[in-house]
Design a protein around this ligand. Structure first.
Ligand code: MN
Ligand code: MN
Length: 322
């Protein structure tokens, strides 16, 4: 036995990657949190979706695609598992069809990670799950969090069909509850048709910094990353990634696709450029396998989760928190 971190994937040179029970990156499925740096947890819930449902199968698809991932990240020059101890915790409890009850159960289960000092990596589920996850993250802190939000939608409506909680509303609730500080938060990738001119202004009016998809296309990745780094450096950040940020050509498997988005390569560059920031949690949401016939959406999602885990490895190795 080596004396490294206790939990890591098996050696891919000893057991083939298609074998074994599907967990994220073939991590051991463990539910005790001693000696754990990060825990992957599924949130298989899609009762908050307003159009297509099926994101409840997102965690399973992302886990399946993730078995191809290898433990060394060449662009970031970091080996994940000599640095980090990671597990797949399994899925958080949900009750399909019952949103308030599910949100309560999700928040209660997610709190366990924050109380244990473990960084959770959540696999959704529709975007409504970010609200209970933020409630859990904020419950162990005195200050509101910074939100870094990649999405083609702002998800800040006050309601939808008279309902307060859908996948179009989580960040409105989060700022009403002071879980996040909009002035120290940024939404990136907004685009597509909206209902009226008020919708365009809404994020600004609520105090968020906004980089629309068009702005990102025109300004370029490095310029936007510089803005993100200046805004968020030194802050406790919650990173939420809605897969519909990606262009449907690269991520067709999602519930409310918008054209004019970004390639997988751009997503990788954006996440790599977040090096040095302090993340308390990550969620990857809105992956919808039934519209993902070749599995490319889940594959990209798995690889972007991997980018986040590499950021955690850098954070731990280089001690950016401080
Ligand atoms: Mn969203
Ligand atoms: Mn969206």
């Amino acid at each position: 036995m080596s004396s490294g971190p206790p939990w890591h994937p098996p050696d891919g040179m000893r057991s083939p990657r298609y074998g074994g029970v599907r967990t994220f990156m073939r991590l051991p499925q463990v539910t005790q949190l001693d000696g754990v740096d990060f825990a992957v947890a599924g949130v298989p819930f899609d009762t908050g979706a307003t159009y297509r449902v099926g994101a409840r199968f997102g965690p399973e698809a992302i886990r399946s695609a993730s078995v191809l991932l290898r433990p060394y990240h060449p662009e970031q020059a970091v080996a994940l598992f000599p640095t980090l101890s990671g597990i797949d915790y399994g899925d958080l409890p949900t009750v399909p069809g019952y949103l308030p009850r599910s949100h309560q159960d999700i928040a209660a289960a997610a709190e366990t990670f924050f109380r244990a000092g473990v960084t959770p990596v959540f696999l959704g589920g529709d975007h409504s799950v970010s609200l209970p996850l933020l409630r859990a993250a904020a419950s162990v802190r005195d200050e509101p969090l910074s939100l870094l939000h990649f999405d083609s939608h702002g998800d800040i409506w006050s309601g939808y069909y008279g309902g307060l909680d859908t996948h179009g509303t989580p960040f409105r609730r989060a700022l009403e509850e002071s879980l996040i500080d909009p002035r120290q938060s940024i939404q990136i990738g907004l685009r597509g048709s909206v209902y009226d001119e008020h919708d365009v202004q809404l994020s600004h009016d609520l105090g968020f910094q906004v980089v629309t998809a068009r702005e990102l296309h025109r300004r370029g990745v490095d310029d936007v990353l510089q803005q993100v780094q200046e805004l968020l450096r030194g802050r406790d950040c919650y990173l939420s990634f809605d897969i519909d940020f990606v262009d449907p050509a690269f991520a067709p498997g999602t519930g409310t696709p918008e054209t004019g988005g970004f390639s997988g390569a751009v997503c990788h560059e954006l996440l790599r450029g977040l090096r040095g920031l302090d993340f308390v949690a990550f969620d990857m949401v809105e992956v919808l396998p039934s519209h993902d016939p070749a599995g490319i959406t889940a594959l990209l999602a798995a690889n972007l989760v991997y980018e986040f885990i590499a950021l955690l490895a850098l954070q731990k190795r280089d001690g950016s928190r401080g």
